[in-house]
Design a protein around this ligand. Structure first.
Ligand SMILES: Nc1ncnc2c1ncn2[C@@H]1O[C@H](COP(=O)(O)OP(=O)(O)OP(=O)(O)O)[C@@H](O)[C@H]1O
Ligand SMILES: [Mg+2]
Length: 919
């Protein structure tokens, strides 16, 4: 499956030209080939690709596939495991740690006297790097695997013409896109992705959206005929390279058919396509930054900046007060390590990956990991109606004449239209054909042969087919949305009686349609125009859809999915507003809304939106739930208006008309039965029909986000607290308050205690509201909560200095015995309090009593505390400058911790009362 770069719309054309011209050599070679293909007789292309309008032989195609490899773009696949492993080491914090490890090596090993050499620092730093990177790798690897597996269940196919031997007729086949080869003849219809770079040889009203390559939202028309091309390209003459995308008889892989149909021959596949060359050279890892990415990096930089300010201060104070600049440097470096949130990348990736895997178990494909979090942040979900809220099966209920009486001829006309149209296999067309098949279409209908068609598009909202009887007379049969059909009709017909379509008749028809709509039926009007042999033409244009005669109605039963009502209710409970954005009319949409328990309010129509300025629309979307008769671009305008109001917007849709909105939404969600382009643009694909999985996605997303926020708040605040304590101690104590190695060990153990955070649960009330990234809150949190723990660091200094005699020892000999006691005491206290921070801060409730962490977190924090308390008593103690403390120390420790927890809980309560949120 191809993954397309998602450009936002509205990029200037100029910029795009530069972007294209700036790419490297092989791409230009490819571009030139396409240019050569364009504008020449089609036979030249067939000769060069050794193909013909009848397609390739199956065995030939198989050989070509062998030789050229699958039609895939390089970045479709997750990289090799080793590359993934290498990539998981690639982040600023690992680099900081590696630099510090190098410095530690130089200071402690390289420059040190043979007797003083110590590898401890280096080993600790490398362990930190390894733990965080390996964990990250394992999580991402597993989630990539799970996603790959599911991705293979999402079908993206191309329709090709192939034959088994010379004598055999060419057969239309649906093959996986990756099996396409140069020379294949493909047919295209609305909704299809262009599966490779292709040269058109026949087309009808073909409109292509090239937004993927150009960012330009408006579709462009592409032609097959040489004449039109020659003229068009003469118009566009100029800098050949940049106008590549304007070539009218070439369509590019990754773009999609908005309307019309075409047949074409494949000129280039896979990495040789224009898109493939872009993917390799420029866009492969360039993704649009979501608010989530920006949030993570802004917090990362906040912490790094903080480190850059604090570390020199610590260095100066210790250097000046203690006079040993070398040891001050080592100490400052250890503080730098302490301030590095080295587990952040691991926590972020592991959380997202874990979320994606949980969704995979529910058959939800997460194409972009970040969208897990956006799912949780989403506070408005826009959904289209047909096929999403309603079932993906529509039933033709009645076929009626203009008076509303059952009429067999209407069914026959509808059958002619639906059977002969070659556009997208629309649900309504399927319903018509299958309904007629049940009764067997009247034999005389088979005598009609198809002449031409005007494919459906989202602005005309109608579809016309021209058929010819054996006498050469032609009949145009059109069907479409009520108002759009009446706009091109001039008469009505009942039986053999034809009357002009005056205002009275028009009102009567609209009234009837309204009646059916209110009962919940979708309504199409069927109309015809007789064209006698003298005026018959081989080809028609949409301008020929005039002076039609209204023949009657088709009504369709399009019931809501069973899961729609409970899913909407659940979403609303979770604070997600649901809005319906549909191409269908308001009346039937209101009925569906009521059926699924959505209060529709006053609907807004596409026409009204068209007349609004951006500001007016931004205002209007606040109060509107139902948007009807929207074109695809209007759907995306509504999404953007909601985003402009500060909402995180999800879009759930399945059609071509949803693609722009799916791309522009913060999280685009599609279903497996959707159009290729919808699945392509979506971030998330639901493989199962039930909508209940949406609720689960929201909860998982919020859990993921909550666990990430938790880590950030804990780390930011306890690091801040630590530095605060270190500063106080450095200024006051005669020695460094801790040896550098103690700080490092403490950090490593602390990392271990947090390692299991992605497996923690979130309080139910946190999950009930949509969450947004809020860097301001993290800063506030750091300043409020950090110093709380410092209070008890300082009481511990005093305790060790007085009760445990460090001060007396210093007074006696000024030596390091007092320092060891001080260090050991503070080491344990610091570690235990930092570990308790995990429990204190993970919830706004009272820890252990009202809310307890998940088992893995309980275990990892207990182990951390255990190791920390044991170290000064272990055989290792002497070598790292610890002494065992008097047992009474632990009594004091418990008192200190109780004091700390009471203070922390109090500050927490004040904080929540003051700011209305925890994190
Ligand atoms: N194959 C078709 N033939 C004739 N008319 C059609 C056909 N498909 C759609 N229409 C008309 O065009 C209207 C708009 O269609 P569109 O695909 O934009 O939206 P939709 O499928 O009705 O709703 P949604 O946007 O919720 O999926 C339909 O309501 C219908 O009246
Ligand atoms: Mg739809």
């Amino acid at each position: 499956m191809t993954q397309t770069p998602q450009h936002k719309t509205g990029k200037s054309k100029q910029k795009q030209k530069g972007f294209i011209a700036g790419s490297s050599v092989p791409e230009q070679k490819i571009s030139m080939r396409i240019v050569e293909e364009s504008g020449k007789p089609i036979q030249a292309t067939f000769d060069r690709t050794k193909s013909s309008p009848f397609g390739l032989f199956s065995h030939d195609a198989a050989e070509r596939l062998q030789r050229s490899g699958p039609n895939e773009v390089a970045h479709d696949k997750a990289p090799h495991a080793l590359v993934q492993l290498a990539l998981s080491f690639k982040n600023p914090f690992v680099i900081v740690l590696l630099i510090l490890a190098t410095i530690s090596y130089v200071l402690d090993v390289h420059l040190a006297e043979p007797d003083d050499r110590s590898w401890t620092g280096v080993i600790i730093l490398l362990s930190m790097v390894t733990i965080s990177s390996l964990l990250r790798f394992f999580q991402e690897y597993r989630s990539n695997k799970a996603t790959e597996r599911l991705k293979s269940m999402v079908r993206t196919t191309a329709t090709v013409l192939r034959r088994s031997n010379d004598a055999a007729n060419p057969q239309r086949q649906e093959i996986p896109m990756r099996e396409l080869v140069v020379g294949d003849v493909v047919s295209l219809q609305a909704g299809d992705m262009i599966p490779a770079d292709i040269r058109l040889f026949s087309s009808r009203d073909l409109f292509i959206s090239q937004a993927v390559l150009t960012g330009e939202a408006l579709p462009v028309e592409k032609y097959d005929t040489l004449g039109a091309v020659a003229q068009k390209s003469a118009d566009a003459a100029g800098d050949g390279q940049a106008d590549l995308l304007d070539l009218s008889d070439i369509c590019f892989m990754g773009t999609n058919v908005v309307s019309g149909t075409a047949t074409a021959v494949v000129v280039a596949t896979g990495a040789n396509t224009y898109f493939g060359s872009l993917a390799k050279n420029v866009v492969s890892h360039k993704r649009i930054e979501t608010s989530f990415d920006r949030g993570v990096s802004s917090v990362s930089w906040l912490l790094i900046r903080f480190m850059l300010v604090m570390v020199p201060i610590v260095f100066m104070i210790n250097g000046v007060t203690k006079g040993d600049w070398m040891s001050a440097l080592t100490f400052a470096l250890a503080v730098a390590v302490g301030l590095t949130p080295e587990m952040l990348p691991m926590i972020v990736s592991a959380n997202l990956a874990k979320g994606a895997m949980a969704m995979a178990r529910r058959k939800v494909v997460v194409k972009r990991l970040n969208s897990v979090q956006n799912f949780g942040a989403m506070d408005v979900l826009c959904t289209d109606k047909t096929g999403t809220l309603t079932q993906d099966k529509i039933i033709l209920e009645r076929h009626l004449n203009i008076k509303g009486n059952k009429d067999e001829s209407i069914l026959q006309l509808a059958w002619l239209n639906s059977f002969h149209q070659s556009g997208q296999k629309n649900l309504m067309d399927i319903a018509i054909v299958s309904h007629a098949d049940e009764r067997g279409p009247a034999a005389k209908l088979l005598q009609y042969s198809k002449v031409d068609e005007m494919p459906f598009d989202f602005v005309r909202r109608r579809l016309s087919v021209i058929v010819e009887d054996q006498g050469g007379a032609q009949l145009m049969v059109s069907k479409g949305a009520v108002e759009e059909m009446l706009a091109v009709c001039s008469h009505t017909q009942e039986g053999d009686e034809i009357r002009p379509l005056d205002d009275v008749a028009r009102t009567a028809l609209l009234e009837k349609a309204r009646e059916y709509n209110e009962e919940g039926y979708r309504v199409l009007i069927v109309a015809t125009r007789q064209i006698d042999a003298a005026h018959a033409k081989p080809q028609y244009k949409t301008e020929d859809e005039v002076s039609l005669i209204v023949r009657g109605f088709l009504t369709f039963f399009d019931p809501p999915k069973d899961s729609a009502a409970p899913a909407i209710r659940a979403l609303q409970e979770y604070g997600v507003a649901v809005k319906v954005l549909t191409g269908d009319n308001a009346i039937v949409t209101l009925k569906v809304c009521r059926d699924v328990g959505l209060d529709p309010g006053t609907p807004l129509s596409g026409q009204e939106i068209e007349a609004m300025s951006e500001q007016q629309l931004n205002e209007a979307v606040k109060y509107t739930t139902v948007f009807a008769k929207l074109t695809p671009l209007q759907k995306s305008r509504v999404v953007k208006a909601l985003q402009a109001n500060g909402h995180t917007v999800g879009f759930l849709g399945d059609g071509i008309n949803d693609a722009p909105a799916l791309r522009d939404a913060d999280v685009g969600i599609s279903v497996d039965s959707g159009a290729d382009i919808a699945k392509e643009t979506a971030d998330i694909i639901l493989l199962e029909k039930s909508l209940m999985v949406l609720e689960e996605g929201v909860v998982k997303g919020r859990e993921t986000f909550g666990n990430i926020l938790k880590y950030l708040n804990m780390t930011a605040s306890s690091n801040f607290g630590n530095v605060f304590s270190v500063l106080v101690a450095s200024a006051w104590l005669p020695w460094e308050p801790m040896l550098a190695v103690h700080l490092l060990i403490q950090n490593l153990i602390y990392d271990i205690s947090q390692m299991m955070l992605p497996w923690d649960k979130m309080d139910e009330d946190f999950l009930k509201k949509p969450r947004k990234w809020d860097a301001g809150n993290i800063r506030r949190f750091m300043i409020w909560i950090g110093p709380t723990s410092s209070v008890f660091d300082i009481t511990t200094y005093i305790l060790m200095w007085t009760v445990f005699g460090a001060g007396a020892m210093y007074a006696a000999d000024g030596g390091s015995a007092g320092q060891s006691i001080m260090n050991s005491g503070w080491f344990i206290e610091g570690l235990v309090s930092q570990t308790l921070v995990v429990h204190m801060l993970r919830t706004r409730k009272i820890p252990f009593i009202q809310s307890t962490a998940a088992l893995p977190v309980l275990l990892s924090t207990t182990i951390a505390i255990g190791i920390g308390c044991y170290l000064p008593f272990s055989p290792l103690a002497a070598s790292i400058g610890f002494v065992s403390l008097d047992k009474s120390y632990f009594l004091w420790l418990i008192l200190t911790m109780v004091g700390y927890m009471i203070l922390a809980q109090t500050v927490k309560t004040i904080y929540i009362r003051r700011y209305g949120q925890w994190f």
